[in-house]
Design a protein around this ligand. Structure first.
Ligand SMILES: Cc1cc2nc3c(=O)[nH]c(=O)nc-3n(C[C@H](O)[C@H](O)[C@H](O)COP(=O)(O)OP(=O)(O)OC[C@H]3O[C@@H](n4cnc5c(N)ncnc54)[C@H](O)[C@@H]3O)c2cc1C
Length: 495
């Protein structure tokens, strides 16, 4: 055996699991296809990031029509968290129960919020979250306060907070995993979508993996891609990898898959054999199905007579329409600051000439509407001739359109009269989840409530793919909490 536990992927799910398992003394091998992200001039160069896609992996997936695209996901040690906005929000307690949305009814989770709550608190400690739990009417009960006070509003954002409050809305602090002073020391930019090359963001590498690697029983293998899982009957017997040393098969008693929602599904589908003809862990035919990714719209709210002096912006949210707001009281979603959009970022994202992008960016404020995408079996990840096909069928768009309209009105009332908006493209599935969902019924889900594959005795999944619903909050803290819970489960099993 090469290890007691193999963890595939060092992103939010995998690194957090490794941190949870490290103190057990078991030999943990984390296999990551990417390398560590070095610091470079491009790390704070918006043209390199937003126009040239400097950090994107050189790979293509196919859309439903067979058209190739370069996905807006990243493959470095730490996974997508190296680029994330570091918003570390809990799902609301109501998200764990069946909920009626404008686009349909979401299923409940096999566990309630109260089961995950202690792990949310532990995840907030591990990821050094800065926040303030007061002020948001949808905030779920918590057993511990945030470990650090919130990141301060800049003056123009404090003004927006007051303007929202004057409308009867309830703006509150975004819980964030960022050490502001350290981040700004490297350059005056926001952090969302910028790579973390100095450890200033609380990402999976700088927090969880660093913690795991303090233990001599944890090993990280970088630049090593898992191509296939090998299985006999109900046991995974090894993982086939390609790395700097060429091809090899690595073996461990327990295998945990944490490659991200698209890659985890693709790996399972690629690993079919005589015992598992439709792909591994796929007796239910659910692997790859129920793909979700929030409905997201970015807004640039312009006032030609006002300057926005902010550097990072990303400190407030409101959830007044999170649980209600639809024609029959259905949920609409979350509103949160986008992160400072500058001229070069806007030019890179929109193709506008730089002079116009500069003019608009300097006179605008930047915010985002996020609505729940509901599980739909036809929304799926597939493999066609070894290539990944992402057929994302958006759901619940009526609720999102209504949220966008409401937010535009709120922005106008707040003193930003011209509101431009753009939906996030399907080629950037940054909040992807749901492709190997958790459930009690083996006919309708891929893993059980302990994240063990229904069809296999030693395969676990710990990443965004297990989420049964996408809710309307950023996914990472929930992924981390689930990994910590799985870590405790596996540790108890081994004891
Ligand atoms: C620009 C951006 C902003 C975001 N902002 C936020 C935010 O503010 N808050 C939030 O909660 N979420 C945010 N997200 C989403 C968040 O990053 C993801 O939800 C989270 O990282 C998912 O965790 P994961 O473990 O499922 O996958 P990942 O973190 O992506 O980790 C998967 C890992 O597996 C590796 N891997 C994949 N295939 C293989 C293979 N075959 N062999 C070996 N290794 C493999 C990958 O390289 C990667 O390191 C953002 C994402 C992006 C892109």
């Amino acid at each position: 055996m090469d290890a007691d536990v193999i963890v595939i992927g060092s992103g939010m799910g995998g690194a957090t699991l490794a941190a949870a398992l490290a103190p057990t003394g078991r030999r943990i091998l984390v296999i990551e296809r990417g390398e560590r992200l070095p610091d470079s001039a491009e790390a704070r160069d918006p043209a390199a990031i937003f126009r040239l896609g400097h950090f994107r992996p050189k790979e293509t997936w196919l859309d439903a029509g067979g058209r190739p695209f370069n996905p807006g996901n990243y493959a470095f040690v730490g996974g997508n968290t190296k680029f994330y906005g570091a918003v570390l929000l809990r799902y609301r307690a109501e998200d764990f129960r069946p909920l009626r949305h404008m686009g349909g009814i979401t299923p409940g989770w096999p566990i309630g919020y109260e089961v995950l709550e202690p792990f949310y608190s532990a995840a907030e400690q591990l990821y050094r979250v800065r926040g303030d739990a007061t002020g948001d009417p949808t905030e779920p009960p918590r057993s511990a306060a945030y470990p650090f006070p919130p990141v301060p509003d800049e003056p123009d954002i404090a003004g927006l907070r007051r303007a929202f409050a004057a409308q009867g809305l309830h703006p509150s602090c975004l819980p964030l995993g960022v050490d502001l002073e350290r981040w700004l020391a490297r350059g005056p930019t926001t952090w969302d979508a910028f790579p973390d090359t100095t450890g200033a963001k609380s990402d999976a590498e700088s927090c969880a993996l660093a913690e795991a690697l303090r233990h001599p029983n944890v090993t990280l293998l970088t630049g090593t891609r898992v191509d296939r899982l090998l299985a006999e009957g109900r046991r995974v017997t090894g993982v086939q990898v390609t790395g700097p040393q060429g091809a090899a098969t690595l073996r461990a008693g327990t295998v945990c898959l944490s490659a991200g929602a698209v890659m985890t599904a693709a790996l399972l589908l690629a690993s079919g054999n005589g015992d598992h003809p439709a792909g591994l862990a796929n007796r239910s035919d659910q692997v790859g199905r129920n793909f979700m990714n929030h409905n997201l719209t970015a807004m640039i709210a312009v006032n030609p007579l006002r300057r926005n002096r902010s550097v990072y912006e990303k400190t407030i949210q409101f959830n007044d329409w999170y649980l209600t707001g639809g024609p029959q009281g259905e949920p609409l979603g979350n509103v949160q600051m986008l992160g400072r959009v500058t001229g070069p970022i806007l030019a890179g994202e929109s193709g506008l000439p730089l002079w116009l992008a500069d003019y608009l960016a300097e006179r605008s404020i930047h915010i985002m509407a996020m609505s729940e995408d509901l599980p739909d079996p036809q929304s799926r990840v597939m493999l066609r001739n070894g290539k990944i096909v992402l057929d994302w069928k958006k759901t619940n768009t009526g609720a999102h359109d209504l949220l966008v309209r409401r937010l535009k009105t709120a922005m106008r009332r707040a003193g930003w009269p011209f509101v431009l908006s753009k939906g996030f493209p399907k080629s950037k599935p940054s909040h992807q989840c749901g492709t190997a969902r958790m459930g009690a019924d083996p006919a309708r889900s891929v893993v059980d409530a302990d994240l063990k594959a229904h069809d296999l005795d030693n395969l676990y999944i710990a990443d965004a793919s297990v989420l049964p619903t996408s809710a309307a909050v950023n996914p990472s803290l929930t992924i981390a909490a689930l990994s910590l819970r799985l870590g405790r489960h596996l540790a108890a099993q081994a004891a």
